[in-house]
Write a protein that binds this ligand. Structure first.
Ligand code: HEC
Ligand code: HEC
Ligand code: HEC
Ligand code: HEC
Length: 143
């Protein structure tokens, strides 16, 4: 093997390695998931924004993410395992979606739903999680 062919082999090897790295970085990006903020302000209601303690709630749900983040559904499949609710659930549901706001989080009297079912169960065990009283969650100062 002369020096020139060795150089060529090295060049080819580096090109292949480069391509592999590129493919790897693209696939990592595609599967990459936004990290949840410790605290999020969920906005939309004219009653005011809802300050949601994500980190605390993860612990309260014993790290069972699916308590709130449901599995992918055929009408509108998930793009990421815990995609933001409002990317699919808009104010007034648009076909094929049926569940708009507030139904994504609670029924009209805030006596049942994603957030309230657990609050009721926890309150039965002596906790003080908001149920029914709109202003315990919706506050004008949450912007
Ligand atoms: C008590 C309900 C609840 C639990 C439990 C929960 N989440 Fe969330 N999560 C939410 C809500 C509500 C949002 C805000 C969505 C929005 O902005 O529309 C959110 C947002 C997120 C986001 C940001 C999405 C985005 O693109 O902005 C990620 C990532 C996430 N959660 C991951 C997790 C993981 C991982 C777990 C389990 C360890 C988990 N969540 C448990 C309710 C919950
Ligand atoms: C990728 C889109 C998508 C995301 C993101 C999403 N959903 Fe859904 N969700 C659906 C679809 C599709 C349905 C079924 C059709 C309908 O009810 O609109 C549904 C239904 C629901 C329902 C009605 C009851 C049921 O299970 O059928 C609730 C409540 C709900 N979602 C809550 C949430 C919450 C809370 C979040 C965020 C933590 C969330 N969804 C994120 C697509 C999504
Ligand atoms: C797995 C059970 C569970 C679920 C699901 C849940 N919560 Fe909670 N939440 C709690 C508990 C427990 C408390 C704290 C009660 C106490 O110790 O005073 C709480 C308290 C709160 C509080 C008062 C401030 C705080 O964080 O201590 C708000 C606001 C709140 N939850 C909003 C929500 C919203 C919005 C959702 C739905 C996206 C939700 N919760 C879903 C268990 C839950
Ligand atoms: C456990 C917390 C909690 C309680 C209690 C609660 N809500 Fe909500 N509500 C939310 C969350 C989270 C959303 C989604 C974010 C938003 O739209 O502001 C929401 C959304 C809504 C929306 C939809 C707003 C829109 O964009 O169209 C209405 C209307 C609403 N709530 C009314 C009420 C009323 C009325 C009460 C009292 C009977 C109440 N809520 C009690 C958490 C709560």
């Amino acid at each position: 093997m002369n020096r020139l062919t060795t150089k060529r082999y090295a060049l080819v090897a580096f090109s292949i390695l480069g391509c592999l790295l590129l493919v790897l970085s693209i696939s990592v990006q595609a599967s990459g998931q936004a990290k949840p903020k410790d605290t999020a302000i969920l906005k939309g209601s004219p009653l005011g924004g809802v300050k949601f303690e994500h980190k605390l709630h993860q612990e309260r749900a014993a790290n069972k993410c699916e308590t709130c983040h449901h599995a992918s559904k055929p009408e509108k499949p998930l793009k990421a395992p815990q995609q933001a609710c409002m990317e699919c659930h808009t104010k007034a549901a648009q076909a094929p979606m049926k569940t708009g706001l507030p139904a994504t989080f609670h029924n009209p009297a805030a006596q049942a739903g994603t957030c309230i079912d657990c609050h009721k169960a926890e309150n039965a065990k002596g906790k003080k999680a908001p149920v029914g009283k709109c202003m315990d969650c919706h506050k004008k100062e949450n912007v």
